[in-house]
Design a protein around this ligand. Structure first.
Ligand SMILES: Cc1cc2nc3c(=O)[nH]c(=O)nc-3n(C[C@H](O)[C@H](O)[C@H](O)COP(=O)(O)OP(=O)(O)OC[C@H]3O[C@@H](n4cnc5c(N)ncnc54)[C@H](O)[C@@H]3O)c2cc1C
Length: 517
């Protein structure tokens, strides 16, 4: 028998909200998910962007936790991969590209030294990424004298020590520098350095020479759902298949999911959360409210800063969350001809990041409120592996394009057309027929992402992913264990530990926190 006291409302049906709902419902809680949009999934939903053409904003699955997949039975709830273990093709305008896989790199004018160095780079980076992976499914310890917290901290320190003396020293050394220097120390080939540097900056407000870029590279490598650190897959049906499977698991466990239900207010009864109010005025009571919205929006807009201490509100307000990634979807009449890329390679992950200096220069623009004149891109053509995404014989190109600052100086109304032109110019240098193959397009700037998916700052991690906003510092001290200072209010989205990317861990950890309180 479930008492009213155990009812939980989850604000938002992004993949983390759905994972949280599934775990809580499995544990016997009465769960209602309220999603503003007409479908669940948030930035991981598959949507039709042109008649007959579908794509998901998040397009490559590289972080979904294997344990969560199994515990929630995602395969039996419809999730399968259209393609696993994608290689990266580092594109070159002359077609002399590199093929980068989990254990080797080939092509171009690569030296034997660089090939050997790549194996060593993967060895130590995978080992370090394993430490982050071990933290994915843990409620971060607090810095207190509590025995449990001390033991959890001790275990983390032991993991670092277990790297062995040399690797531990190297981790401590490179964690404080940047990916530009690390790549320079290890490789000569400009194309290889460019492609590897892109992994460190995707989805962040940083360039290869920025602080934290080693950490973000390691974070990206901390998933292993395709059998190797950071290996990426394309889910059949797009990323929306992951969120649909999570929704199915949550419903099977008894959760109710209501779409088209934007929450406008978190309601309080004295010092305790008492429910939520929807935009239309409907009020729903609950003793626990878990927010999949980003932490800043949750506290400053849905709750109201007056309900928390000034110091906490200030910390929340200071979360750095400047979105910088745009998403391009092209509906194609047929496959584009990327110079020197074979038909087999066209279905892999294609990247435009010809040198590490090019990536850094692309980043420079956004410091001054401008978009990159020569953008970087991560491109997939998922319809090669999954024909259901486009009409017969047609294709979808899905690309993350950087840098596109949330607050463009001239404003996105004025700047969007010019940025699209810059993107097409860049793409055309690698695929000269791309314009003529394009029959329809959609470009989502961080402003669009903020409006459509309600991501504060249009930031895919709901807050910059960096060492000062990680583990017990994410989103801010005082709520890093998912529980906020407001009785009954929790966070469960990408703005919490362990951050963004389609992984499900923040949702699972939040459920653990709710159940242990
Ligand atoms: C352009 C782009 C490309 C990306 N590419 C990748 C990729 O290739 N691989 C990868 O792993 N990750 C990628 N990501 C990151 C990934 O999509 C996000 O980190 C992830 O979606 C975060 O999941 P979430 O559930 O925490 O939040 P979200 O996906 O943001 O979902 C939050 C949900 O809450 C709802 N919501 C918010 N406020 C309210 C409210 N007041 N009332 C009701 N509902 C509300 C929203 O509508 C939304 O559905 C990408 C992100 C972007 C933007």
């Amino acid at each position: 028998m479930i008492s009213k006291m155990e009812s939980v409302i989850i604000i938002g049906g992004g993949h983390n909200g759905l994972a949280c709902a599934a775990y809580l419902a499995k544990a016997g809680r009465k769960v209602t998910v309220l999603e503003a949009a007409g479908q669940v999934g948030g930035a991981a939903a598959t949507r039709e962007f042109a008649t007959g053409y579908k794509a998901s904003c998040a397009h490559l699955l590289n972080l979904l936790d294997d344990g969560i997949s199994k515990e929630l039975g995602l395969a039996s709830n419809g999730l399968s991969m259209a393609k696993s273990g994608l290689n990266t093709i580092a594109l070159a305008t002359d077609g002399n590209h590199l093929t980068i896989s989990a254990d080797r790199v080939d092509g171009g004018s690569l030296s034997g030294e660089d090939q050997a160095a790549y194996k060593e780079y993967r060895r130590f980076m995978s080992k370090y990424a394993g430490i982050i992976a071990a933290m994915h499914n843990m409620v971060p310890p607090r810095i207190t004298q509590d025995r449990g917290d001390l033991m959890a901290l001790g275990k983390l320190a032991l993991k670092v020590r277990m790297l062995g003396r040399d690797d531990m020293r190297e981790l401590l050394r490179i964690a404080g520098i940047n990916i530009y220097d690390v790549l320079k120390e290890n490789f000569d080939n400009p194309l290889l350095k460019g492609a590897l540097s892109l992994d460190a900056v995707l989805g962040t407000f940083s360039g290869p020479r920025s602080n934290n870029s080693v950490f973000t590279a390691l974070h990206r490598m901390s998933g292993n759902n395709a059998g190797a650190a950071g290996a990426a897959s394309i889910p059949a049906g797009g990323m929306g298949a992951v969120t649909d499977a999570l929704a199915a698991a949550a419903k099977k466990a008894g959760a109710e999911i209501r779409t088209g239900s934007p929450v406008s207010k978190i309601l309080m009864d004295g010092m305790q959360v008492s429910g939520v109010e929807l935009t239309g005025g409907e009020q729903i009571s609950a003793t626990t409210v878990v927010s999949n919205a980003d932490p800043k929006t949750t506290i400053m807009e849905l709750l109201g800063a007056r309900h928390v201490e000034a110091g906490f509100a200030r910390k929340i307000n200071n979360i750095r969350a400047k979105g910088n990634a745009a998403k391009l979807h092209l509906a194609l009449d047929g496959l584009p001809d990327f110079t020197g890329v074979s038909p087999d390679q066209l279905g892999e992950r294609l990247v435009i990041a010809p040198t590490v200096e090019y990536v850094e220069l692309a980043f420079n623009h956004c410091k001054y409120g401008e978009f990159s004149a020569n953008p970087v891109a991560e491109i997939t053509i998922p319809s090669i592996h999954d024909t259901a995404l486009a009409p017969d014989g047609k294709h979808v190109l899905s690309a993350i394009v950087q840098y596109a600052p949330r607050n463009l100086g001239v404003g996105w109304n004025e700047g969007k057309g010019a940025f699209m032109e810059a993107i097409f110019n860049t793409l055309s240098a690698y695929a000269p027929d791309i314009r003529e193959k394009t029959v329809a397009s959609e470009l989502l700037t961080p402003e669009d992402l903020e409006n459509e998916f309600r991501m504060g700052g249009g930031h895919w991690h709901h807050g910059e992913l960096s060492l000062d906003q990680f583990l017990m510092l994410r989103p801010v001290p005082g709520s890093a264990q998912y529980k906020t200072p407001v009785e009954g209010l929790y966070f469960c989205g990408a703005g919490c530990h362990p951050g963004g990317g389609v992984m499900g861990s923040a949702g699972k950890n939040a459920a653990t926190a709710v159940l242990s309180n």
